[in-house]
Design a protein around this ligand. Structure first.
Ligand SMILES: [Zn+2]
Length: 310
């Protein structure tokens, strides 16, 4: 779960597809990046200088997907790719993109996981860093909430409750390792209600959405011919979104997270509020001896100030 050193990728890899909301064909090329650079996007259709770091202070919209931006440039729906970077243990990578939205692929993180597997991770010569939560903290919005507590690993407990008989209440709770993510979370697809598709399209959203890249829920049935990939695919996808959004903090998180009905906007609020309260966390890195996470992490005080949002 926890790597001692930072990782980038070894080989450049490419993917192309339609954006879920914009409906535009987009291609991405993921390339290696130096230590401490984090994940960042370059809108190469605008300029090779058009860099947008995948960090919470660059989040400009969290209503339907996670959109980052700098100046007038935007990249939306970054969350599934970000979850794949987190799960593959990639700290540093550049994503060159020639349009405003990451391709939806099949609506899950599995194609990005496969792409990163093809890219192969490359160890780098600097210790990795983790954001370790040291005090309890919660954010709420009506009946939605996220609570975060100290832990020596990453645990997620997610509850969703939709007023639709095909979803209703679903609950997923477990310690999330990279292996668990690949097996149980990565393949869970984004979903939407047939009733809402028309409204979304009127607002210029979901233009690229189809049964190839989303689970579409009708009044009485799932419209996808193959049905669901997991009986609780919906809550698993919400866990995927949460992990992708949390990686916009800039570092992998060590915490126990309890989320109730939360979505992108609340995930981003959590990260923003967390980063603006340094007493809630420590930046830790592995010490030389590796005897289990609690013995080998040590605080990195000097990095904390650099890490604060500006
Ligand atoms: Zn999603």
């Amino acid at each position: 779960m926890f790597f001692k050193v930072q990782h980038t990728i070894k080989n450049r890899v490419k993917a192309a597809g339609v954006g879920l909301h914009t409906g535009k064909m987009v291609s991405i090329e993921i390339t290696p990046a130096p230590v401490d650079s984090g994940i960042y996007f370059i809108r190469k259709d605008i300029s090779s200088d058009c860099i947008i770091p995948a960090k919470s202070k660059y989040v400009v919209d969290g209503r339907f997907a996670s959109t980052i931006g700098a100046g007038d440039a935007r990249v939306s729906t970054v969350e599934h790719l970000m979850a794949a970077f987190w799960a593959a243990g990639v700290d540093n990578a550049c994503v060159e993109i020639d349009g405003p939205e990451v391709p939806a692929m099949d609506g899950s993180a599995a194609p990005f996981m496969a792409l990163l597997q093809q890219a192969e991770t490359q160890a780098q010569e600097k210790n990795s860093r983790y954001l370790k939560i040291v005090e309890d903290f919660s954010v709420e919005d009506g009946d939605k909430s996220i609570t975060i507590r100290p832990s020596d690993c990453l645990k997620v407990d997610f509850t969703i409750d939709f007023p639709h008989p095909l979803i209703a209440t679903q609950h997923y709770s477990r310690k999330i390792s990279r292996k668990i993510f690949s097996r149980e979370i990565a393949r869970a697809r984004t979903f939407g209600f047939l009733k809402e598709v028309e409204l979304l399209r009127k607002n210029g959203l979901a233009l690229g959405g189809s049964l190839d890249n989303a689970v579409v829920i009708g009044d009485k049935a799932i419209l996808n011919h193959d049905g669901l990939r997991f009986p609780d695919e919906f809550v698993r996808h919400k866990v995927l979104d949460l992990l992708g959004d949390l990686y916009l903090s800039g570092l992998p998180l060590m915490a126990e997270i309890t989320a109730v009905k939360s979505g992108h906007a609340l995930h981003h609020r959590l990260v923003d509020e967390l980063l603006s309260r340094p007493y809630l966390w420590r930046i830790v890195e592995p010490a030389s001896e590796n005897r289990g996470i609690s013995s080998w992490v040590r605080p990195v005080e000097d990095m904390a100030s650099q890490f604060l949002p500006v």
